[in-house]
Design a protein around this ligand. Structure first.
Ligand code: 5AD
Ligand code: SF4
Length: 453
């Protein structure tokens, strides 16, 4: 009997994403490529012939979760009419790049491993497996292609992530990213503007420029950072809402700060990772700024754009962190009054400089500091949202709320989550993807609630 190799047109797939916006964007490319080949995107692992995990290795918890997920998949049966005899499981993203072939030893039922620079190779690797070659891995160090040159299926039709740089040159001592994403590379201004214009022409309302450190955009191409120019050029395409992430405080220029409150489309919200409020720890982290300099930036941002919503990342329990260091961090968070703080317990990553620093703070002490900080963060987030009571805010409507189908959910200019009931005589499909005013009646720690006016 001759058995025929199934083609992509016969297959279903599912992509599960962990980690940062860059990974989410890469996943949109994976979906786009597989759909272009005729495969069908399904919502669950059970229904999928091909499952792709886009992984993150910034903290150890992500590694453990991936291994667990891939292992439990051994027991998930293929859908009844699948043309395959065995599901194809692919691991991409940062863990794929870091571990390469080694992953096959740990997870023998994996079929494909691909790195952060190998998105474009994924269909070929899957084809090889369909053709009967047991398993395939590809992890190269550099890619000639920017992921944006690949087809993409965006999660929302009205919002787009637009990568302007990939990789990172900063080598913060705790961070694995420069090792798995490579050195910083910028796209040309022309390419960025052309892509932004295509989005605007297609009806996209919000563009988020992404990169590990967008503020240093252009240093590799033009010998100097030209991020301010990117902001102006993308604003000129006529986009309604413009955001960017992530900013490194050491490279945030006065010119960029001045654009908050003055550049038409730039939303009044900035994520500015501080990581710590102790100068000794900032130095050990190799962050290249002091807490005084960080405060100066915050003051300038608030002068330029009163009411700007600030968010940050904080690591608790970096090697050698003393109670006094932690109190400095606590004070910084208290003084700045962030709308949102992403708090992380330090996670040792092999191969980074911090992994070999003496680290003897007991786990319980770190956990207690972490809990104390989270309490403060919640109080401040609650207060920031309370200030919006009674205000009418333009909300970009994303769809029905996950918890309550009768409620719509969307984002304010300050990136707050806003819920409001679907107005009578308006259909869901008419309002999703539009910007509509909501009067705020209720303010909780993590969301605002109101009604469309
Ligand atoms: N341990 C804990 N948090 C980390 N981050 C990066 N590396 C580590 C690590 N080893 C955090 C930083 C960064 C965010 C994306 O993840 O706060 O800004
Ligand atoms: Fe990691 Fe630092 Fe680069 Fe951010 S700037 S990706 S924390 S090395």
């Amino acid at each position: 009997m001759i058995s025929q190799t199934p083609s992509f047109g016969d297959l279903t797939f599912h992509v599960q994403t962990f980690g940062c916006q860059m990974n989410k964007h890469d996943s949109e490319r994976v979906v786009g490529m597989l759909e272009n080949l005729g495969a069908r995107d399904v919502g669950t692992i059970e229904e999928a012939d091909i499952v792709v995990f886009m992984t993150c290795c910034v903290r150890e918890a992500a590694d453990i979760r991936l291994i667990g997920q891939v292992n439990t998949m051994k027991n998930v049966k293929l859908r009844p009419n699948s043309p395959l005899s065995k599901r194809i499981i692919a691991v991409g993203g940062c863990i794929g790049q870091r571990d390469g072939e080694k992953l096959f030893d740990e997870l023998p039922h994996l079929s494909v491993v691909f790195g952060t620079n190998n998105l474009a190779s994924l269909p070929g690797l899957i084809s090889d497996v369909l053709d009967g070659c047991g398993h395939r891995a590809e992890t190269i160090d550099e890619s000639k292609l920017f992921p944006s040159d690949l087809p993409s299926t965006r999660e929302h039709s009205w919002a787009a992530w637009l990568p302007i740089t990939i990789g990172c040159n900063n080598f913060c001592t705790y961070c694995i990213v420069p090792y798995v994403r490579g050195r910083e590379k910028s796209r040309t201004l022309e390419e960025i503007v052309a892509e932004a214009q295509r989005y605007v022409d297609a009806g996209v309302k919000e563009i988020t420029l992404i990169g590990q450190n967008v503020n240093s955009y252009g240093r590799d191409l033009y010998g100097e950072p030209r991020f301010a120019e990117v902001l102006k050029a993308v604003d000129a395409t006529g986009i309604e809402r413009l955001r960017f992430a992530t900013s490194h405080p050491k490279d945030l220029t006065d010119e960029v700060i001045g654009m908050f409150g003055s550049l038409r489309s730039l939303m009044p919200a900035l994520h500015l990772p501080a990581q710590s409020g102790s100068n000794a720890i900032l130095e050990a982290m190799h962050r290249n700024y002091t807490v005084e300099r960080y405060h100066e930036l915050i003051d300038k941002l608030r002068d330029a754009c009163p009411g700007i919503a600030l968010s940050t990342d904080i690591i608790v329990g970096f090697p050698g962190e003393t109670e006094a260091d932690f109190e400095d961090t606590y004070r910084l968070v208290d003084e700045v009054g962030y709308s949102q703080v992403f708090t992380f317990i330090y996670s040792k990553r092999e191969g980074t400089p911090a992994a070999s620093m003496p680290d003897d703070t007991p786990r319980e002490v770190i956990q207690e500091r972490f809990d104390r900080l989270v309490d403060l963060v919640q109080q401040r987030a609650y207060l920031a949202n309370q200030a919006e009571l009674g205000a009418t805010i333009p909300v970009l409507v994303e769809g029905a709320s996950k918890r309550d189908a009768a409620l719509l959910t969307g984002k304010s200019p300050k990136n707050q989550t806003v819920h409001a009931p679907l107005p009578e005589a308006v259909s869901l499909s008419d309002i999703v993807g539009t910007i509509a005013p909501v009067k705020i009646d209720e303010a909780r720690t993590w969301y605002l609630k109101g009604h469309f006016v």
